[in-house]
Design a protein around this ligand. Structure first.
Ligand code: DQA
Length: 166
């Protein structure tokens, strides 16, 4: 299986030989402003805090994790295209593009990398236009509404789903 083939590297963890997963975390437009941006919706934590926490989690489990943020749709699409056959799972918060971007959705489907959709806020409890996602039906699952914890839960789901394949 392609996903299994992507797990090329092995790490010795606690004396056991474990597969090392490669996880790509993608943050869409305006998430670089976390910490100051509408804290009533998105909380006080910065994107750097969130990425550092994910990095620590992954490192403690011997997995590789890279984070990428862009405000440009084309840059996000190019990142997803470049990830094809290189990573095992994508965790993505498409941010405002959740509700608009057929092109970013198409890139994820073309890359054929299973992905988890993440939102800090509960998009279903907000304005009607936020309740439509171009990603949810193609995602492995969606985590929405738990603030920065949404990302940790998505990480757990992404890594857990790889373990379930073994
Ligand atoms: C968001 C929700 C989106 O509706 C919004 O445009 C964002 C952030 C979230 O994480 O809650 O930018 O994806």
């Amino acid at each position: 299986m392609q996903v299994a083939e992507n797990i090329l590297e092995k790490a010795v963890i606690g004396g056991k030989l474990e597969a090392m997963a490669k996880i790509l975390v993608i943050h869409g437009p305006n998430l670089n402003l976390l910490g100051t941006r509408e804290p009533e919706h998105y909380g006080q934590r910065t994107l750097a805090d969130i990425d550092q926490r994910l990095q620590e989690l992954a490192a403690s489990e011997g997995h590789g994790l890279e984070s990428f943020q862009s405000n440009a749709e084309h840059a996000l699409i190019e990142k997803v295209q470049a990830a094809s056959r290189q990573v095992d799972r994508i965790i993505i918060n498409p941010a405002g593009l959740t509700h608009t971007s057929v092109a970013l959705r198409d890139a994820l489907l073309a890359a054929a990398i299973p992905f988890v959709e993440v939102h800090l806020s509960n998009i279903h409890a907000r304005e009607p236009f936020r309740q439509r996602s171009y990603f949810s039906d193609a995602a492995m699952g969606v985590v929405s509404g738990f603030g920065p914890l949404s990302y940790e839960l998505a990480y757990r789901a992404a890594v857990g789903s790889l373990a379930a394949e073994d």
